[in-house]
Design a protein around this ligand. Structure first.
Ligand code: AMP
Length: 146
């Protein structure tokens, strides 16, 4: 594992998910393998709210996507899909989300994906109704391509 890309903080081994990985604090684990661990969020925002974390020391998605090995990336995302499937979320649908950095609202500096399910989840981003529609096109700037 290499250092995070420039601009990101170094990995902090005292973060709460590092301590969960070391077994220093308890977690309600759903699944684990050599690449990833899935456990229930301590403060659930939906009937199902599970976190999936890589075993490796990655601060965020920026760090993980840039520096993790291909097997780590594949193993991690396969775990995300497997957990959603085995928790019975596929038929009605679910949301997978990761927060990155201050504007993303990331609180724990160990990369994680939230899996939410078990109810209709509403819009992706609070306040997003102000951004949709023709105004959103203008906000992207004239000539913006998608
Ligand atoms: P984020 O804001 O994306 O960094 O999300 C961090 C998540 O970690 C929050 O949803 C917290 O409720 C959750 N969390 C914090 N401490 C624990 C813990 N000890 N066990 C399980 N989940 C936790």
């Amino acid at each position: 594992m290499s250092a995070p890309p420039s601009g990101l903080p170094p990995y902090d081994d005292t973060n709460i998910f590092a301590r969960i990985l070391r077994g220093e604090i308890p977690s309600k684990r759903v699944h684990e393998d050599e690449y990833a661990v899935a456990f229930h969020d301590i403060n659930p925002q939906a009937p199902v709210h599970v976190l999936v974390i890589p075993r490796g020391r990655y601060v965020s998605l920026a760090d993980f996507s840039a520096t993790a090995s291909d097997p780590e990336i594949a193993g991690f995302w396969r775990m995300v899909g497997r957990v959603a499937r085995e928790l019975g979320l596929e038929e009605r649908g679910y949301r997978a989300l990761t927060n990155m950095g201050p504007e993303g609202g990331q609180e724990v500096p160990h990369f994680h994906v939230h899996l939410f399910g078990g109810r209709r989840l509403g819009r992706m981003v609070p306040g997003a109704e102000r951004q949709v529609g023709p105004g959103a096109e203008r906000q992207m700037g004239a000539g913006a391509e998608r």
